[in-house]
Design a protein around this ligand. Sequence first.
Ligand SMILES: Nc1nc2c(ncn2[C@@H]2O[C@H](COP(=O)(O)OP(=O)(O)OP(=O)(O)O)[C@@H](O)[C@H]2O)c(=O)[nH]1
Ligand SMILES: [Mg+2]
Length: 248
Amino acid sequence: MTVSRVTSVWVVVPTYDERENLGLIVPRIRAAVPEATILVVDDSSPDGTGELADELAMADAHVRVLHRAAKEGLARAYAAGFGVALDGGAEAIVQMDADGSHDPAALPSFIEALDAGADLVLGSRYVRGGRAVDWPLLRRLVSLGGNLYAQAILWLPYRDLTGGFKAWRAETLRAVDPATVTSTGYVFQIELTWRALRAGARIRELPITFVERRLGQSKMTGGIFFEAARQVVRLRLRRGAGPATIGR
Ligand SMILES: Nc1nc2c(ncn2[C@@H]2O[C@H](COP(=O)(O)OP(=O)(O)OP(=O)(O)O)[C@@H](O)[C@H]2O)c(=O)[nH]1
Ligand SMILES: [Mg+2]
């Protein structure tokens, strides 16, 4: 089996009202993976995150911004960002939150795992060495319950299915075709991993230390939660051909 090393890395960071966080996270990503392109995908945040992203992009050619007209949920924002990264020649695509919960220091280990043959890396709080810091008990329970639920219904052998800190080989991301996902909210993370496994991806979980956001507001809502509960069952019941298999 031959595995090509990834050289062009794009880090896609969706934002909605993350003005306080964006100026902190971008330099940390730059320091962790100096060659990478950072693509901020902003859904016209009322707090001016998009304008700040433009300023960062003006000052640094490694930073780019995709402005979207309206907030349509995380899945649409990521699908658009992934499309731009793939069209831009990305060989590896990282997805991560802007709120500081995902530590960019983990990025080199993600890229190494892709170089070593993984098609998809899942940053995981629930494998040995992984943890969640400062997380309120209720959030912990929702996360653990959501993972057990998704594992049981979809028979997915991974510990952290709900996380949003991942790295993809471009071929894998193309095969799962994010533009056609039926999820809108955070369950999209589960849907893409589910599709990746069905496409034959080699998936690795790597430990991360997840830190509760200190600034700004969570965008998690009851609607997003219930969509996740319904959508997992829908994925399980869906008939027909799976996604395209990965060309290697
Ligand atoms: N562009 C865009 N970004 C979004 C949208 N919803 C959430 N985000 C971003 O996606 C990332 C994750 O959202 P969070 O609100 O932190 O969700 P979470 O991590 O599940 O919740 P907390 O743990 O409470 O922070 C953040 O960078 C958000 O700004 C959206 O509709 N559009
Ligand atoms: Mg968060």
